[in-house]
Design a protein around this ligand. Structure first.
Ligand code: CA
Length: 103
């Protein structure tokens, strides 16, 4: 069993870029894979409290646009099991930065 997230498109994204336009991409943060959480991890830091193994995946970056169309699939392999009911999926649209932090 796997979980498929389809990043289709976004429109009218806020342009936070100083020069030109933003370079948006989608980051999908899935917390709900089988297996126990790694020992010694803090429960802070995300909306699921790190109860599960987490995995982040990204789409490609679309350059200089506030109306990106990705049409991409982001797939998580669940290793043959359904996700637990407490599983958690966070989806972010971020602005790619060559220099510094992505926002
Ligand atoms: Ca940028």
């Amino acid at each position: 069993m796997s979980l498929l997230v389809k990043a289709v498109k976004a429109a009218n994204l806020p342009d936070i870029e100083t020069f030109g336009k933003i370079d948006p991409y989608v980051e999908v943060d899935f917390q709900g894979q089988s297996g126990r959480p790694p020992p010694g991890r803090s429960r802070k830091g995300n909306s699921c409290g790190n109860r599960f193994r987490r995995e982040k995946k990204k789409t490609t970056v679309k350059k200089q646009t506030c109306d990106p169309e990705w049409g991409e699939d982001v797939e998580f392999d669940l290793g043959g099991k359904p996700p637990p009911p407490e599983a958690c999926l966070d989806v972010y649209v971020k602005d790619y930065e060559k220099i510094g932090r992505n926002r």
